[in-house]
Design a protein around this ligand. Structure first.
Ligand code: ADP
Ligand code: ASP
Ligand code: MG
Length: 418
């Protein structure tokens, strides 16, 4: 079986959905499982709904209507004939969403988040599956929540591999195009969970691992994995073949073209990952596979914006030692601040972190009791794999460098835009 993943950008409008059909026609859909994300920016739009819901904002209803309108427009464009049963199917999901908003009693933000945001994937797969049927490709719509089981860490759920493996083994039909949701799972009480933003690549890898798939292809709006994000770097070049190790490093440092959790399950079973263009599906793209990197290394640039540079020093000039460091990390873990760079000296300790869940103020309140805390918001972390002087210069030009760290293969630079 081959596993294909189509992300939000590939299904952002009716043309995108038609393009998925064209891609499948060109590369074949025999024994294929398709994993799909929410359409376009739907997850962000549903995050607005969640915010309005908790703020008790008068905008709540209009934010829901906006999501409905966006999908309805796509439906009208794709099917024209409003008697197609996809209209009823999509409406049922929207009614369920509205029912949840009207009746939910849980004050747990993360729980509510997952119950709401999941409609993005439920609806996108419903639309894609009906469209394939409409075009004559028979599909099976699979509710992935019946297969991928997780703990109850809503918004960042941990997969229960054993249960998931057991649910999947032998239970997918092989003679039909299976279409399912990325990003979602469910916990032991069958409540919906999500695997973290951008988690659909990871879903494809989980399924490939459990199915023993022959390959995973993630279809992107870029030709493959490049040595830099082409949105920010002119002259980015395609990397044709890379090893799992190199891909894991790039994804870990934040090359957002592959979700960092995707590679480990694939590497374990040596399942190749192809990153290809959904615009030119017959081009080779990037192959991530076992073995050595075949080509000479190009410097690879990775940018993480909106980081927080925190500098902690002891109040009484005492050293910052293991016990303080472990306490600091304990707090970062507790407040889910993701540490992207660490540097320490005798009496100070600097970290560049990402505060995805908006917890820094609470964490700082505790840290400040023990340390002198300085921080700079909105800094950018550049990572250059296989760096050279010229590459570093490109990054540093016209910026204030706040911190720089060099190891054998990697240079990291924290900057503040001038
Ligand atoms: P999806 O639609 O699957 O969610 P994403 O938008 O998450 O796709 O990923 C594709 C985007 O990743 C590209 O549009 C590109 O801007 C960005 N990107 C970041 N780093 C790289 C890189 N090294 N190579 C290619 N694309 C990259
Ligand atoms: N729809 C989810 C998100 O936007 C998951 C994904 O696209 O991978 O984060
Ligand atoms: Mg994405």
């Amino acid at each position: 079986m081959r596993v294909f993943k189509f992300g939000g950008a590939s299904v952002k409008d009716a043309a995108g959905i038609r393009n998925v059909y064209d891609v499948l026609q060109q590369v074949g859909y025999e024994d294929v499982l398709v994993v799909v994300s929410a359409m376009g920016k739907t997850t962000n739009a549903l995050e607005d709904v969640i915010k309005n819901y908790f703020d008790k904002s008068p905008e709540l209803n209009s934010s829901v209507q906006e999501v409905k309108k966006y999908h309805n427009q796509i439906l009208l464009d794709l099917f024209e004939d409003e008697t197609n049963e996809v209209f009823t199917a999509a409406n049922t999901h929207f009614n369920d969403l509205e029912y949840f908003l009207a009746h939910n009693k849980s004050p747990n933000y993360n729980f509510v988040y997952d119950q709401i945001v999941s409609y993005g994937e439920i609806i996108s797969t419903t639309i894609l599956s009906h469209f394939m049927n409409f075009k004559g490709i028979k599909t099976e719509w699979v509710d992935i929540r019946n297969y991928i089981k997780t703990d109850s860490t809503y918004r960042d759920a941990e997969v229960d591999w054993e249960l998931t493996q057991k649910n999947i083994a032998g239970n997918f039909k092989r003679n039909i195009l299976n279409i399912t949701q990325g990003f979602l799972g469910s916990d032991e009480n069958n409540f919906t969970t999500t695997l973290g933003r951008e988690g659909s690549d990871y879903t494809a890898a989980i399924l490939a691992y459990c199915l023993g798939a022959e390959s995973v292809t993630i279809w992107k709006d870029v030709p493959g994995v490049m040595n830099a994000d082409p949105r920010y770097f002119e002259n980015a070049s395609l990397l044709n073949h890379i090893s799992y190790r190199e891909a894991i490093e790039l994804a870990f440092y934040g090359a957002s073209v592959i979700h960092p959790k995707t590679l480990q399950p694939l590497q374990k079973k040596e399942i190749p990952l192809y990153v290809k263009s959904f615009i030119n599906p017959l081009l080779k793209g990037t192959a991530v596979a076992k073995g050595q990197d075949l080509e000479p290394y190009l410097p690879c640039f990775i940018v993480k914006r909106n980081q927080l540079l925190i500098s902690l020093s002891s109040i009484d000039f005492s050293f910052i030692m293991e016990e303080n460091i472990s306490e600091i990390f304990g707090l970062f873990h507790q407040f889910r601040l993701k540490v992207n760079l660490i540097q320490n000296s005798a009496i100070s300790f600097s970290v560049c972190v990402e505060d995805k869940f908006g917890n820094f103020n609470d964490c700082n309140a505790i840290l400040s009791k023990k340390f002198k805390v300085d921080f700079t918001e909105n800094v950018t972390l550049y990572t250059i794999r296989h760096f050279n002087e010229q590459a570093a210069q490109t990054v540093e030009d016209n910026k204030t460098v706040l911190l720089k760290q060099i190891s054998k293969e990697t240079m990291q630079i924290v900057t503040k835009e001038n």
